[in-house]
Write a protein that binds this ligand. Structure first.
Ligand code: ZN
Length: 154
């Protein structure tokens, strides 16, 4: 086979842009932003004449089960929880300091914490596991009487 019969590759044309690759489609729910949650909280508070408490949510609408207000509160609670699941950058920077002060143990269950699991409870300025923080947040929302009833069920 002589050099002249070799198949010749077509010359690559210079491209002016990077190849188009579709970005991966996000899975599940779209990420909720702190601003979106703030707007939804403001709308809820206006509609139901409620105020946001120290825990970042309006009071649980006790006695309103299956009402539109109850459904909206639950949606807000879930959005708020999704935000809580993602620690904010400031919190992540402060975690090692808090963990050292607590000797890397969770203030609720007492078990060992690592940075990936640790979340800062901004109200008490302490470090907890994500699940432990959820438990505390739910307890704050439902109130001490509800927590006492839970204790009786354990
Ligand atoms: Zn814990």
């Amino acid at each position: 086979m002589s050099a002249s019969t070799k198949p010749v590759r077509p010359a690559l044309r210079p491209t002016t842009s990077a190849p188009r690759i579709a970005p991966p489609r996000p899975r599940g729910r779209p990420r909720v932003t702190p601003e979106q949650v703030r707007q939804r909280l403001a709308t809820y508070c206006r509609r139901y004449e409620a105020r946001v408490g120290d825990n970042g949510l309006p009071p649980f609408p006790a006695g309103q089960r299956e009402s539109p207000q109850h459904r909206e509160w639950m949606a807000l609670y879930k959005a708020h929880r999704r935000l809580q699941d993602r620690p904010e950058a400031d919190d992540v920077q402060r975690l090692p300091e808090f963990m050292a002060a607590q000797r890397a143990s969770c203030a609720i269950c007492g078990k060992r914490l690592d940075v990936a699991q640790a979340r800062l409870d901004r109200i008490r300025q302490t470090v907890l596991h994500l699940d432990c923080l959820r438990l505390v947040t739910l307890g704050r929302l439902l109130g001490a009487d509800a927590v006492e009833r839970v204790k009786e069920m354990l």
